[in-house]
Design a protein around this ligand. Structure first.
Ligand SMILES: Nc1nc2c(ncn2[C@H]2C[C@H](O)[C@@H](COP(=O)(O)O)O2)c(=O)[nH]1
Ligand SMILES: [Mn+2]
Length: 195
C-alpha cells in the first residue's frame, strides 16, 4: 500500500473520486430520476458553509467538515435510515473506511482528515453542529428541487417530517423558512383550498 507519497495521494484521490458515482440512497429509494451523488451533496454543503455570516463560527473549519463528513461513503456507500443499519454498525463501517482512506496519506494529512471526521461524527463542536444542520437543510432543499423537477409538489414530504425541529441555528432557520414558504406555495397552487 503506497502510504504518504504521491502514489498514495493519487490512490486516495481516486477513492474519493468514487463519491461522484455514489448516488444518494434516500433519493434512489424514492425513485428520483438521476439522483445526485454524495459529492454533489457535500459540494453544496461546503458552499452553504462558505455563506455563513456567523462570526462565532470558524468558517474554514465548517467548510472542511462539510467536505469530509460523508467521505467514508466512497467505500461503505450511502447508508440511509431505511437501511435499518444500527448507528453503531454504521459508525464501525465508516470508521474503518476512514482508516483505510487516510492510511494512504502523510501523517499530518491523516491526522487532519481523521480529526475532522471524528469531530463531525461526535458532534463535538459548534462548527460540527452547524454543519449537521447544513446536511439536513441541503437535503430538504434538494427534495424541494426534485419535487419541482418532477412537477410533484409535496411528494417528498417525509424528508421534511424527519428533519422537523432539528434546525436551531438562526441563519439555517431563516433558509428553511424560505424553502418551506416557497414549497408550500407550490403545493397550495396544485390543490387549492376547498371553496
Ligand atoms: N427518506 C429519508 N432519507 C433520509 C433521511 N435522512 C437522511 N436520508 C438519506 C439521505 C442520504 O441518502 C442518506 C444519509 O444521509 P447523510 O447525509 O446523513 O449521509 O440517508 C430522512 O429523513 N428520510
Ligand atoms: Mn451528508
Amino acid at each position: 500500500m503506497a502510504a504518504g507519497g504521491v502514489a498514495g495521494l493519487l490512490q486516495f484521490l481516486r477513492l474519493v473520486g468514487q463519491l461522484k458515482r455514489v448516488p444518494r440512497t434516500g433519493w434512489v429509494y424514492r425513485n428520483v430520476e438521476k439522483p445526485e451523488s454524495v459529492s454533489d451533496h457535500m459540494y453544496r454543503m461546503a458552499v452553504m458553509a462558505l455563506m455563513t455570516k456567523d462570526k462565532s463560527l470558524n468558517k474554514d473549519r465548517c467548510i472542511r467538515l462539510a467536505l469530509v463528513h460523508d467521505m467514508a461513503e466512497c467505500i461503505v456507500g450511502d447508508i440511509a435510515p431505511a437501511d435499518n443499519i444500527s448507528k453503531e454498525e454504521k459508525h464501525r463501517r465508516e470508521e474503518a473506511a476512514v482508516q483505510q482512506l487516510t492510511q494512504l496519506l502523510s501523517e499530518d494529512l491523516r491526522k487532519e482528515i481523521c480529526e475532522l471526521w471524528e469531530e463531525y461524527e461526535n458532534q463535538s463542536t459548534a462548527e460540527a453542529k452547524f454543519v449537521k444542520q447544513l446536511d439536513q437543510c441541503e437535503m430538504i432543499l434538494q427534495a424541494f428541487e426534485y419535487e419541482e423537477l418532477e412537477k410533484a409538489p409535496g411528494r417528498l414530504q417525509d424528508f421534511y417530517d424527519s428533519t422537523a425541529g432539528k434546525f436551531v441555528h438562526p441563519e439555517i432557520l431563516q433558509l428553511v423558512s424560505v424553502i418551506n414558504t416557497e414549497r408550500n406555495q407550490k403545493i397550495a397552487a396544485t390543490c387549492p383550498p376547498h371553496s
